[in-house]
Design a protein around this ligand. Sequence first.
Ligand code: NAD
Ligand code: DAU
Length: 338
Amino acid sequence: MTYLITGGAGFIGGNFVHYMASKNAKIVVLDKLTYAGNLETLEPVRDKITFVKADICDRNAIDRIFEEHKPDVVVNFAAESHVDRSIDNPGVFLQTNVIGAQVLMDACRKHAPDGLGIRFHQVGTDEVYGDLPLDRPDLLFTEDTPLHTSSPYSASKAAADLLALAYHRTYKLPVTISRCSNNYGPYHFPEKLIPLMIANALSGKSLPVYGKGENVRDWLYVEDHCKAIDLILERGKIGEVYNIGGHNEMRNIDIVRLILAELGKPESLIAYVADRAGHDLRYAIDPSKIGALGWLPQTPFSVGIKKTVAWYLENRSWWERIVTGEYREYYARMYGER
Ligand code: NAD
Ligand code: DAU
């Protein structure tokens, strides 16, 4: 089996490549290496994979890659993934997240040796369901929750999911979709909440908390997400959507305080800043459908957050090299006037 893993130089894709390499799978990683892609993430497995630099929107390049590597399975992690950047500049989100997914699915149809289509897994997000109220802990997102997006990012991800379901129904393309909650762990780009707070605390910078820090996310250790995707590839039903989440709802401010305590840094570093436009209040996943396939999250948050903080302490060069250039400009634009 040859796995084509797009976006494999990013956070979750990179962790998935590590996980599948540990199972000795044959892996081709395809990544455009945008600001979020980093070949250093793949350094520990470089002898076990083939890497191709390409844009998933580039039809000719994708055709050549499918002809050369003949994948049996395509797992699409490639995306613009940061909500704040989508508010700043939505265009590239539509291009990569929607058109890129279409180009990959067209290639899965065109290059299928049996004419039935190459297996395509779309890595989606729980953000497609919009948000839940803070005062209704009984409400959770199921796969039947209506799509109700808030940001250009989540709208683009919802469009890709719908396109994948349309390709399944119309062309019988063998697709599956997973919708996961917030991930954390090693190799997470320090523009997202947890790695940003760790990096800023270690650099003695302020920790920008949006609004009152009361928004809730359902955090899952990234390796548990990788295992869930692998399970869907093995046992998931074609044409189906699977929610993935850890039953681990936490307020942003509590996460930030925990990180400061773990690093022995003072809470005076916290700076409350202007809220994100359209900020979703709460995400919470009902993972019973994937639970029925035999999946359970294995890393409790208390363990995962310690492992994550330790990783950022031990791998300073990985994130310090990123916190330069384009990222500095983005940070100044996003947080400068806030
Ligand atoms: P990331 O931003 O860390 O990585 C994205 C990767 O895609 C990068 O390596 C980047 O270079 C690559 N890429 C971007 N545009 C590309 C293009 N046009 N062609 C080829 N490669 C391109 O993202 P992530 O956090 O690892 O998220 C991966 C996927 O998982 C995304 O689809 C995201 O929507 C989804 N997701 C993320 C989370 C989360 O908490 N981070 C949760 C649920 C779902
Ligand atoms: O739920 C899955 C989604 O989780 C993924 O689809 C996205 O790709 C991923 O980026 C993530 O989206 P969020 O918007 O939830 O993640 P982010 O880390 O950007 O923010 C988490 C929470 O922290 C959110 O309520 C906003 C808040 N926040 C974020 C940043 C960057 C702050 O308070 N301050 C910050 O500086």
